[in-house]
Design a protein around this ligand. Structure first.
Ligand SMILES: C[S@@+](CC[C@H](N)C(=O)[O-])C[C@H]1O[C@@H](n2cnc3c(N)ncnc32)[C@H](O)[C@@H]1O
Length: 241
């Protein structure tokens, strides 16, 4: 039996999840998407934006790699899918398989998201739906989005980004947000809770944000059953607690 206790990824993987996975991860219903523009940050090869647009929602995706042409992202995405497939095999015991059924179906979601993303990216990039952005900075005006969703980047890769990077990224997401920033998961690739969460929460609260950790029913990575929700309203209003 394999006893690897962490998913050992050398680089931040250029992969993505689907619209339905995002809705389940973030505990969203479609009413929440009707309230105003949504930012997916960073979106990677997620099809959330492509699928949401087809449904008529106003969603923008940003990622550090969106300055790259489609052909380059296509090659990176295919490589990432192969790496993830292999790593999933090595670390299958770290996951609950109930949501997807098995590894093959899980990879079907990853591949499906990637295909939908690639089909949408060229035109979406031209029309400004896919924007190049390097956290901890975002190229958007204050309060541009009603909701900011951040999946599988912050905290997950906590071993290579400092607590300052995390706190700075949250503050920046809050700056561009009017209502809520939702972040998932709160674990690292070693399947352990992000060790500097209290420090990051303290920094967010000092910046005037309300920060709450809430349960989510989505728990693929074992133990990844919580979301961070930031309410930046006070921060944006310039009020401090
Ligand atoms: C695992 S993907 C997450 C994709 C998507 N949110 C999801 O859950 O399906 C992580 C993404 O973070 C991006 N990334 C890495 N460093 C970044 C930075 N400093 N600013 C913005 N994006 C970054 C990578 O390019 C990659 O596409």
């Amino acid at each position: 039996m394999n006893t690897t206790s962490r998913m050992d990824l050398k680089e931040v993987a250029f992969i993505g999840r689907t619209y339905s996975e995002y809705m389940d991860i973030f505990g969203l219903n479609e009413q929440a998407l009707l309230n105003g523009p949504v930012l997916d940050c960073p979106a990677g090869a997620s099809s959330f934006t492509a699928e949401a647009k087809k449904k008529g929602f106003d969603v923008t995706a940003c990622d550090i790699l969106y300055d790259l042409p489609a052909a380059k992202l296509e090659a990176m995405g295919r490589q990432a899918l192969a790496i993830i497939e292999q790593k999933m095999e090595e670390t299958a015991h770290l996951f609950n398989w109930g949501y997807y059924g098995d590894r093959k179906r899980h990879m079907g979601h990853r591949a499906g998201a990637f295909e939908l993303f690639m089909a949408d990216y060229p035109a979406g990039r031209t029309s400004g739906r896919y924007i190049c952005a390097a956290l901890p900075r975002l190229p958007f005006k204050d309060r541009s989005f009603e909701l900011v969703l951040s999946s599988h980047f912050l905290f997950l890769y906590g071993d290579r980004f400092s607590p300052m990077f995390h706190a700075g990224s949250l503050k920046e997401m809050a700056r561009v947000c009017r209502n809520e920033v939702r972040v998932y998961p709160l674990l690292g690739l070693n399947a352990k809770p992000y060790p500097h969460m209290q420090q990051v929460l303290d920094m967010a609260r000092r910046d005037g944000m309300r920060a709450e950790i809430r349960a989510t029913r989505f728990e693929f990575f074992k133990g990844a059953d919580k979301l961070l929700i930031l309410n930046p309203a006070k921060y944006n209003a310039g009020e401090k607690e």
